[in-house]
Write a protein of this length. Structure first.
Length: 274
């Protein structure tokens, strides 16, 4: 079974904001087959669909915050349905929605509601993890609690292999744990000195605009240029029934542009002959 290769456009967010279509043209030229959105930069769904059609790029998925989905689910879901994508992923849970805040049952109900609404539009919801979901609550990782509470016909997994590794687990083993429930896998590479303090890591994904990466105690890298064993991850993704692998690099390595980063990633992946 072969895997299709896409790119999470959060990686190219500055380029997308400046030149939406031109950036997608470059993505296509590099050899990517599909894209995963992180915002539409003021574009309408049907307009985006036409751009992707002209470029022969597949709209795989979109990262949409849970709060945005809950605020106006019909409007949001119709927009992404108009684009023609198959999946919508909850990208991140803010601290007030996590178990330690004391209202996690409510969070789970909100996720389930969003999943049910998405199904009405013929869309499948994904949950995209970080490392904090591997905190143990009531004897299990609360990422597993999410998947256990909400059935597979409503919620599928989008496993981010970087954050699984940062949490201290083997990404390949965790992908296999959700065999036939992980259609989209995030390929993200990194380097880390020792076990970096977790509270510093999220400065690097755009939450803290004053983040510094100069010490490189933790830094993102193009796929194949860091710690991850991607040969094993790719094999696990195939065995688990994944359809897509998505390149994501939250920040470019020092001295590289985001476009240079995604070019290095796909060159590496092409060498693996997915």
């Amino acid at each position: 079974m072969s895997l299709s290769i896409g790119v999470q456009l959060y990686t190219l967010r500055d380029e997308m904001e400046k030149d939406f279509k031109g950036t997608l043209e470059k993505v296509k030229e590099l050899g990517y087959e599909g894209v995963e959105f992180a915002g539409l930069f003021g574009k309408e769904g049907k307009e985006v669909k036409e751009i992707l059609k002209d470029l022969s790029l597949k709209a795989v998925s979109a990262h949409v915050p849970l709060a945005e989905l809950l605020k106006d689910p019909d409007k949001v879901l119709k927009t992404y349905k108009d684009i023609g994508l198959e999946y919508i992923a909850i990208p991140y849970l803010p601290e007030e929605d996590r178990p330690h805040a004391g209202n996690f049952d409510h969070t789970l109900k909100n996720i389930a509601f969003a999943c049910e609404k998405a199904k009405e539009y013929g869309l499948t919801m994904l949950y995209h993890n970080h490392d904090f979901e591997f905190d143990v609550v009531d004897g299990e990782y609360y990422l597993d609690t999410i998947y256990k509470t909400i059935s597979a016909d409503l919620l599928q997994a989008e496993i981010d292999t970087c954050w699984v590794n940062v949490a201290g687990l083997d990404p390949s083993e965790y992908i296999m744990k959700y065999k036939d429930r992980a259609p989209v896998v995030h390929l993200k590479d990194f380097v880390m000195k020792g076990r970096a303090k977790k509270e510093n890591l999220y400065e690097l994904i755009g939450i803290d605009k004053n983040a510094q990466q100069s010490k490189e105690e933790f830094a993102f890298r193009p796929v194949g240029y860091g710690f991850q064993d991607f040969k094993q991850i790719i094999e696990a993704s195939k065995q688990a029934g994944a359809k897509w692998v998505i390149v994501e690099q939250d920040r470019p390595a020092t001295g590289q542009s985001p476009l240079e980063s995604v070019e290095l990633s796909i060159q590496y992946l092409k060498g693996l002959r997915l």
